[in-house]
Write a protein that binds this ligand. Structure first.
Ligand code: UTP
Length: 217
């Protein structure tokens, strides 16, 4: 039986704040036999600390992005060793899922690992990206600043992109990169933004998820 593909964008910020979620992730994926997974690992604190330090040295934005990519490479290497699976450092637009899990990371200066996840989704034929984030999902306002912020259960990519108004710079911290959302819209890919590993099997079984579903449209 040919297996279906799904992509996981494992946010670096989630990774470092939830080390105890890695084993449940490994077990959850093993229990989904009909899917192969690509996991694109973000840079998190490690990358941001390096980027901030290098920015202080007055290095160019291009160099800062490259430093960010190297941070994602280290994290992906670590996760591939922990999951005992393949590691791919190439162009996500050419990525193929050979084996149950392949781990990858950043690739091109100026992108983010969300963008890599969107391209990997296109190249592997995945219809879904699980964006594992430090937030429960997408909120109407920044939940850390506004108590009145409400979790959005369902939104389309066009409305979502309108909500994301920051610029693009090295280390920028989007809940899901609008450039990636645009690729998803064009290619009919949905995104689940969640901090709950159990949303992966839930979504794939057609059950209600705890996070936010961003639908192409
Ligand atoms: P990410 O933004 O992907 O890291 O990469 P992250 O930690 O996963 O972000 P969160 O936690 O989900 O928010 C960190 C930085 O590395 C550079 C960018 O500067 C990015 O902000 N980068 C990453 C690239 O330039 N190209 C890539 O393909 C990936």
């Amino acid at each position: 039986m040919t297996k279906k593909a799904a992509i996981i964008s494992l946010g670096g910020s989630f990774l470092f704040s939830h080390p105890d979620a890695l084993l449940p992730l490994k077990h959850a994926l093993a229990k989904i036999p009909d899917f192969n997974f690509g996991i694109i690992v973000g840079g998190g604190e490690l990358a941001r600390k390096y980027i901030d330090f290098a920015r202080g040295l007055g290095l160019t934005e291009e160099v800062l992005h490259r430093i960010g990519i190297m941070g994602t490479n280290i994290n992906a290497f670590m996760i591939s060793k922990y999951f005992n699976c393949g590691l791919y450092y190439g162009d996500p637009r050419l990525m193929k899922l050979k084996g149950k899990i392949i781990v990858s990371s950043g690739f091109k200066p100026g992108w983010t690992t969300d963008v890599c996840s969107a391209y990997a989704s296109v190249s592997t034929g995945s219809r879904i990206i699980f964006n594992i984030s430090k937030e429960k999902g997408v909120y109407t306002k920044d939940p850390e600043t506004f108590k009145s912020a409400k979790l959005i259960e369902d939104i389309d990519t066009t409305k979502f992109m309108r909500m994301m108004t920051y610029g693009r710079f090295a280390g920028v911290n989007y809940i899901f990169d609008p450039m990636a959302a645009r690729i998803c819209r064009i290619n009919g890919i949905s995104v689940v933004v969640t901090n709950s590993i159990s949303d992966i099997p839930r979504y794939l079984k057609g059950l209600r998820i705890k996070g936010t579903l961003i639908r192409p449209g």
